[in-house]
Ligand binder design. Sequence first.
Ligand SMILES: Nc1ncnc2c1ncn2[C@@H]1O[C@H](COP(=O)(O)OP(=O)(O)OP(=O)(O)O)[C@@H](O)[C@H]1O
Ligand SMILES: [Mg+2]
Length: 248
Amino acid sequence: MILEVDDVSKRFGALAALTRVSFGVEAGQVFSVIGPNGAGKSTLFNVVSGLFAPNTGRVRFRGEDIAGLPPERVNRLGLAKTFQITNVFPEISVLDNVRVAAQSRAPESGRPSSLWRRPDVDGTVVALLEAFGLAARGEAHAKNLSHGEQRYLEICVALATSPTLLLLDEPTAGMTPGETRDATALIRKVVLERGLTLLLIEHDMSVVMGISDRVAVLHFGEKIAEGTPDAIRHDPRVIEAYLGGGDD
Ligand SMILES: Nc1ncnc2c1ncn2[C@@H]1O[C@H](COP(=O)(O)OP(=O)(O)OP(=O)(O)O)[C@@H](O)[C@H]1O
Ligand SMILES: [Mg+2]
């Protein structure tokens, strides 16, 4: 197991956003978390990535207890996350967005200014932008990219930190069905090529069923099911939660 979430609970005041959630992700798997709006999916990612400390429970990444560690520390251990709402620096170029992330993981990091134009950093950056079809947009300000391009840029930023575990929170949110298909195929390809483990939150069930090795279902902060896509599709509790519990 590369990631073990063990009995994690997270409260916001009186609201139990996560209640005793446990699951494990094997190295190389695509593991998806689904559930109706407000089920606790993003909260779970925020706990795993160090943004929130859990109230109870443990999170182990490659055997190390990371619950409550600050996000930068968790990132340095090899875990990177994108946000549900696109989170890039709008006023700097596409290249510089990815460079900033890449230099945070460059070896022998000295003064940032000395790293800024390092050829090894730029090689990584250009390869990433090429993989996501953004190489020709390198000099553009991030704010001038299309919505879909900004979502890709955010994935590039996460990958530039050389993670072993990548967390994507609804990477296809706001995309058309055609863009969603393309994005899913691309994410799958990049994840496979790099031998990454992927933990994914995704609304689009066709995406989830097509890409995942395993799926966990959250409902009102509790895990109500976990299994292969096929088992999940036919699980009566899951069907009930989706039909009765949300607007999905
Ligand atoms: N920082 C916060 N402070 C207070 N309440 C929060 C906070 N973050 C999330 N919540 C609440 O916790 C619950 C779970 O929210 P979360 O964003 O994790 O759900 P989600 O499954 O990601 O939903 P969606 O599908 O809409 O993205 C919701 O009731 C939400 O309002
Ligand atoms: Mg969410």
